[in-house]
Design a protein around this ligand. Structure first.
Ligand SMILES: Nc1ncnc2c1ncn2[C@@H]1O[C@H](COP(=O)(O)OP(=O)(O)OP(=O)(O)O)[C@@H](O)[C@H]1O
Ligand SMILES: [Mg+2]
Length: 423
């Protein structure tokens, strides 16, 4: 393929991808494309298989079936499922960040960005000590690496923290550093696994700017994200997974009003989808939903999706134990700031036990988690929300008018009364 044809085709093509862990089908017959120069979001409820897709793309897992084709702007095509994992960043120009931040926390911010360019520097040295000490290529490459690091430090608004240990940065800044580090490897496709997780609204906005800036440099982005305010604002294209199957694929507006997405992702039970759709004037899609499940979007229901032991059948797995150290002073200031958004937020659930907020119609597991992140754990808190609180929560959840429409406050009052909380 020549460079001109490459530029018009998709950068990433995933075809009939399946990944099984023992009896569990984590991804079932998944096909989608990421267009060059765009931000493609991969969304879906917890456990839908999003990270597994990333692990297949970046060579951490070898898929059970399927093809993943990456086409660089120069027209080179790589079948990622066949490429050894260490060649994926170097040859196919794919970089990623992790759901759990993975930085060298004892190294400075700048050092983290220079280490990311180690491969390029070693090639320039010719892998010899003379090459390292000598003039020519290595010195030039080393100067360029510092320049590139400085460039991304500025773009990620980290230049003032360049000499601080990465582990001392506040959480949001660590997330931006991870992205800057990935950008220092010069990727054509940047895969980001939940970059907005744990960010306050101000940090979320800064992240949107950073990602739009990266897109403007021509890098394509594949984004896993739960925060709908990020997804809907910056994505060009959204692919929705549920139980490893694709349930929707299109532009953000069409995906947002797709009944399957409302049911699966926004945490509304199937039986309630009709109500939500008639509330939002979407009767026609309600009828569609009452028909058969759309087999074209995934494999037939399989008992193996639900049953069977979950075993680690692969060599590589993510290190869940990595400790993220957050500067205590900064983090307190940030916590205070993000708690300001909702007036009766708590630092922790009372008695260490949150109420089951998913009992409120309209709150699913995803939104429950987001509410927890914002210090809302109890029915009585929602029952006591002011108008400003409702606005803040709706802005954060990207739910225009939905909280009032579904009367979360009334429902919360009823549940709180039952449990003896408020009147
Ligand atoms: N190494 C593994 N061994 C066994 N099962 C696994 C492995 N990795 C993932 N799974 C299972 O595959 C399914 C998909 O997990 P995955 O982490 O891809 O979901 P996700 O969409 O990223 O979820 P979240 O939003 O919580 O991050 C889950 O049921 C998970 O338990
Ligand atoms: Mg995940």
């Amino acid at each position: 393929m020549n460079a001109q044809t490459a530029m018009t085709g998709p950068i990433l093509k995933v075809e009939h991808l399946s990944m099984k862990f023992g009896g569990l089908v984590a991804i079932g017959d998944l096909s989608f494309e990421a267009r060059r120069g765009e931000i493609t979001a991969l969304i879906g409820p917890n456990g839908a298989g999003k990270t597994t897709v990333f692990n297949c793309i970046t060579g951490f897992y070898k898929p059970s079936e399927g093809m993943i084709t990456l086409t660089t702007s120069a027209g080179n095509q790589y079948l990622l499922e066949r490429l050894p994992d260490f060649q994926i960043p170097a040859k196919a120009r794919v970089a990623r960040t992790f759901q759990n931040i993975r930085l060298f926390s004892g190294m400075t911010v700048l050092e983290n960005l220079l280490v990311a360019q180690h491969n390029k520097l070693m090639v320039a040295s010719g892998y010899t000590i003379l090459g390292l000490l000598g003039l020519g290529n290595y010195r030039k490459a080393s100067g360029e690496s510092v320049e590139l690091a400085k460039y991304w430090l500025e773009r990620a608004d980290l230049i003032d923290r360049a000499d601080d240990p990465a582990g001392d940065l506040p959480y949001g800044a660590q997330r931006r550093l991870e992205i800057a580090r990935a950008m220092c490897t010069g990727p054509e496709l940047l895969c980001l696994d939940e970059p907005a997780a744990g960010l306050n609204p101000r940090e979320s906005l800064a992240l949107n700017d950073l990602l739009n800036g990266i897109k403007a440099t021509g890098t394509s982005i594949l984004l896993i994200e739960h925060d709908m305010s990020v997804v809907m604002k910056i994505s060009d294209h959204v692919v929705v997974l549920e139980y490893g199957r694709k349930i929707s694929d299109g532009d953000p507006a069409s995906v947002k009003s797709d009944p399957r997405v409302i049911a699966a992702y926004l945490g509304v039970d199937d039986s309630e989808v009709d109500d939500v759709l008639s509330d939002t004037g979407n009767e026609q899609v309600a009828e569609e939903l009452n028909g058969e499940p759309d087999r074209a979007h995934g494999p037939a229901d399989s008992a193996s999706m639900l049953a069977g032991p979950i075993v680690d059948t692969v060599g590589h797995s993510e290190d869940e134990d990595e400790v993220v150290k957050v500067d205590p002073g900064a983090s307190k200031a940030e916590q205070y700031e993000h708690r300001l958004a909702i007036s009766n937020a708590l630092a922790a659930p009372k008695g260490g036990k949150p109420d089951k907020l998913t009992l409120i119609k309209g709150i699913g597991p995803v939104n429950e988690r987001k509410l927890h992140e914002h210090g809302i754990f109890h029915f009585e808190q929602i029952a006591g929300w002011t108008e400003a609180d409702v606005k803040a929560a709706e802005a954060y959840l990207d739910f225009d008018g939905r909280i009032a429409r579904e009367d979360w406050i009334g429902q919360a009052k009823a549940f709180a009364a039952k449990s003896g909380g408020v009147e």
